[in-house]
Design a protein around this ligand. Structure first.
Ligand code: BGC
Length: 314
């Protein structure tokens, strides 16, 4: 059976997995990204992880069908370069050539959300569906479109960047240089920003919120406070979800997906996210578009990126 290694480079962790041609993970491991050490150091450590995984499984590097690597930002597939990856501070970093030169195997690269979309469409929540739209809600909002098992990449590998649809012209600054992107509202970071701003307004107006007592304000903490009935937390969560429904509805009108897979850390919020999202979605998607589309949680969780990256190499 053919095997490939999938790498998912994230802001906090580098995940690596040995995946077979059926999409089963045979082995996986992760290491801290340590982005501050710079791209050369990261690429060296990725190479080492691959050599270690092969050795642990008594494989030669040449026994592998290849290596797929998922990058959390904008890539240029024509040149094999990571063009702009704000989360880890990369700009114009050659990825494919150095890894190919050192390992001597086929190297495929992809945006992280596109890779996750491919993973879910191949071996997760989108399995068996021809038209899948996937979104990942984490530090950023990533997106990917998979049609008949192929990622839609576009003219210069930028297709599917749902997180950078401008929802509020002149809104909060986004990492991409624009303002008011979906990512500034419906990502984990966006939820924390909305909560902080809401808290400042509430305090100025002399209103109380359970969020004021939270030491480490995370999206998970805001969702927990919302579940516990906090008014401000519920307003923040509602705004993030309504805006997400708007973005997904608009994207769905273009793609006409059968399935919309929602993944990333924030998708773990469960029904407090999915129930209102499903309810709001038809307000933005055309009636026939909404009829065709089922909104489901990702099933591969944190593994979607490595599985999709390996799929590319296979
Ligand atoms: C980036 C996307 C990426 C997403 C998830 C966004 O900030 O622009 O390219 O897929 O974060 O990491």
């Amino acid at each position: 059976m053919r095997k490939a290694i999938g790498i998912d480079l994230g802001g906090t962790f580098i995940k690596a997995a040995l995946v077979d041609q059926e999409g089963a993970i045979l082995y996986k491991e992760e290491a801290p990204t340590l982005a501050e050490r710079g791209p050369d150091d990261i690429l060296l450590r990725i190479e080492q992880m691959i050599r270690d995984i092969a050795a642990k499984h008594a494989l030669q590097i040449s026994d592998l069908s290849g290596l797929g690597i998922a990058i959390p930002g904008f890539i240029d597939d024509a040149t094999g370069v990571a063009d702009e990856v704000v989360n880890i501070g990369w700009r114009n970093v050659a990825v494919r050539e150095p890894l190919h030169a050192r390992l001597g195997i086929h190297v495929a690269m992809e945006n992280d959300a596109n890779a996750a979309a491919l993973g879910e469409a191949w071996a997760g929540a989108g399995r068996g569906r021809r038209f899948a739209l996937c979104v990942t809600l984490g530090t950023g909002v990533g997106g990917g479109v998979v049609i008949d098992g192929k990622v839609l990449r576009g003219a210069n590998t930028m297709a599917g960047e749902i997180g950078h649809m401008v929802m509020v012209p002149g809104g909060a600054p986004c990492n991409c240089g624009h303002h008011g992107c979906l990512e500034t509202i419906s990502s984990a970071t966006g939820v924390v920003r909305l909560a902080r701003e809401g808290l400042a307004r509430a305090q100025a107006a002399g209103e109380s919120s359970a969020l004021a007592a939270v030491q480490d304000l995370t999206a998970a903490a805001v969702f927990a406070a919302a579940e516990a009935g906090d008014v401000l937390a519920n307003a923040v969560v509602d705004e993030a979800i309504e805006t997400l429904a708007w973005g997904l509805g608009t994207a769905a009108n273009v793609v006409n997906p059968e399935v919309i897979v929602v993944g990333g850390g924030m998708s773990r919020a469960g029904e407090r996210l999915f129930a209102p999202l499903r309810e709001a979605f038809p307000r933005y998607a055309l009636r026939r578009v909404a009829l065709a589309a089922t909104i489901v949680p990702a099933t591969l969780g944190n593994d979607a990126g490595v599985v999709g990256a390996a799929r590319l190499a296979l």
